[in-house]
Design a protein around this ligand. Structure first.
Ligand code: ATP
Ligand code: MG
Length: 380
C-alpha cells in the first residue's frame, strides 16, 4: 500500500490527434520542471501518471499550477486484487462524514476480472456490509469512491482541481506589454495558460517613473514566472520618445502616438527574438485610449497579430483573476507608470489614422525605435 498523486490532464489534450504525443511530452517535462527542487518519483502505469514523494503538499502546490493539468487525486496504490480494492475502499471512508456514496471503476487492465461494473457493485456491497452510517446514492452522492485498475489498482476519493489549459510552450510565443497595472499580468497569464510562451517588455520613463515602478514590474514578472518556468523581461527606455512627442506633437494626440511607439517597439523586439505575436492588457472602453478607433490606430503599426485577451472582460472579472493568480497585491502598489504622467487633459478618443500619421511624421520614428532598443536592459 502506497500513497501517490495521480495527475490527470485536461481533456483538450486528448483531442490533439497525431500531435497528442508531443503535447503529453511537453506537459510531462513541464510538470517535472515545476518540482525539480523537490524529492519525488514519477511513475507511469498504463498511460496514467503518478508522483510519489515525502512532501506531497508541496508537490500538489506546484503541479496544480502547471498548465494542462486538470486535477490531482490523492490515491492509495494496492496490488490489483478485488480483496485489496474492497478493503482500501472501505478505509477511504474513514473519517469522512459523508452519508451517501457511490463507487466508480475504470478498468484499463483487461486481464483483471471482474469487469468494472461488477467491481463497483462488489465494492459497494462490501462497504455497505461494513459501514452502517452510509448508504448508496448513484445520482447525487456526497462521496465518490474512484477505483482505477491498471497494472496496480488505485483507490481515491479526494480530487484537487488544477489550472487546466494547455502545456506551456506548445502554442507559439508572444511579447507581452507588461506595465505595473492590474490588467497586463492577467493578459499574460491568460495567454500562457493557452500554452503560449511569454516574453515581457516594460517601457520605463526614467526619471519620471521611479526605480520602484521598475521593481514592481520585475516583481510581477517573478510572479508570472511561477506559471511559466522562465520569463525574460526587456526594459526599454521610453523617456526620449515621450519627450519628443510632447515637444513636437499635439497634446490631444500624445497618448495615441505614444501607444503606436509602444506597439512598434514590441514588434521590433518580437522580430529580433523570433517571437510570433504581441499581447496587451487592453479592454474595450476601459480608458480613453482603449476605444475601437484607438486600437485600430495602434494596430496599424504592428506587423504581427496583436492579442488582447481581456478585450471583452470587465474590471471586476479581471481583478478576480488577478487575485487568483496572485498579482493583484503587487499591481495595486501605488507607483506611477509612464502613462499616468504624460496624460493629456482631453485625449482624442476617436483618432483618425491619416491625421495621426501626419502628426507623427515630424518625428524620426525609426531612429527613436532603434535607439530605445539599443539601450534596453534585459532581465532573464
Ligand atoms: P494595465 O493595468 O495593464 O497597466 P491599464 O488599464 O493601465 O493597463 P493602459 O495604461 O492604457 O491601461 O495600458 C494598456 C496596455 O498597454 C497595458 O495593459 C499594457 O499591456 C500596455 N502598457 C501600458 N503601459 C505600459 C508600459 N509602461 N510598459 C509596457 N506596457 C505598457
Ligand atoms: Mg497601466
Amino acid at each position: 500500500m502506497k500513497k501517490l498523486i495521480l495527475v490527470k490532464f485536461a481533456p483538450e489534450i486528448f483531442l490533439k490527434g497525431l500531435n497528442r504525443g508531443k503535447f503529453e511530452k511537453k506537459l510531462k517535462d513541464n510538470i517535472k520542471n515545476s518540482i525539480k527542487d523537490l524529492d519525488y518519483e514519477f511513475v507511469e502505469d498504463q498511460g496514467r501518471w503518478f508522483i510519489s514523494s515525502d512532501v506531497m503538499d508541496k508537490i500538489i502546490d506546484k503541479v496544480k499550477n502547471v498548465f494542462g493539468v486538470m486535477e490531482l487525486c490523492e490515491v492509495t496504490q494496492v496490488e490489483a486484487t478485488l480483496e485489496n480494492i474492497e478493503n482500501q475502499a472501505l478505509l477511504e471512508l474513514d473519517g469522512n462524514p459523508a452519508k451517501t456514496f457511490k463507487v466508480e471503476t475504470n478498468r484499463a487492465n483487461k486481464n483483471f476480472t471482474p469487469g468494472s461494473m461488477d467491481v463497483s457493485r462488489k465494492v459497494g456491497g462490501h462497504i455497505l456490509r461494513n459501514n452502517d452510517s452510509i448508504t448508496v446514492d448513484v445520482h447525487n452522492p456526497e462521496c465518490v469512491i474512484n477505483i482505477e485498475i491498471r497494472n496496480m489498482a488505485y483507490i481515491y476519493s479526494k480530487r484537487i482541481p488544477a489550472v487546466r489549459g494547455l502545456p506551456y510552450g506548445m502554442n507559439g510565443s508572444t511579447m507581452l506589454m507588461l506595465s505595473g497595472g492590474i490588467d497586463s499580468p492577467v493578459a499574460g497569464y491568460m495567454m500562457a495558460r493557452r500554452g503560449v510562451e511569454l516574453h515581457a517588455v516594460y517601457y520605463h520613463s526614467h526619471p519620471y517613473t521611479s526605480e520602484r515602478a521598475k521593481d514592481k514590474v520585475k516583481q510581477l514578472t517573478n510572479i508570472l514566472k511561477e506559471y511559466t518556468g522562465k520569463l525574460t523581461l526587456y526594459v526599454v527606455p521610453f523617456t526620449e520618445i515621450q519627450m519628443q512627442i510632447i515637444e513636437k506633437c499635439r497634446e490631444d494626440e500624445l497618448t495615441i502616438i505614444m501607444r503606436r511607439f509602444m506597439m512598434r517597439l514590441a514588434c521590433a523586439l518580437a522580430e529580433k527574438y523570433g517571437i510570433n505575436s504581441v499581447t496587451t492588457g487592453e479592454s474595450i472602453g476601459q480608458v480613453a485610449s482603449q476605444t475601437m478607433e484607438g486600437l485600430v490606430v495602434s494596430d496599424d503599426v504592428s506587423d504581427r497579430p496583436v492579442f488582447r485577451p481581456l478585450i471583452a472582460m470587465d474590471k471586476v472579472d479581471i481583478i478576480d483573476v488577478s487575485r487568483k493568480i496572485d498579482t493583484y497585491e503587487t499591481s495595486i502598489l501605488p507607483y506611477e507608470d509612464c502613462c499616468t504622467i504624460f496624460v493629456p487633459k482631453h485625449p482624442k478618443t476617436k483618432p483618425r489614422l491619416v491625421e495621426i500619421i501626419k502628426s507623427e511624421s515630424v518625428l524620426d520614428i525609426d531612429k527613436l525605435v532603434e535607439k530605445a532598443i539599443e539601450d534596453m536592459e534585459i532581465y532573464r
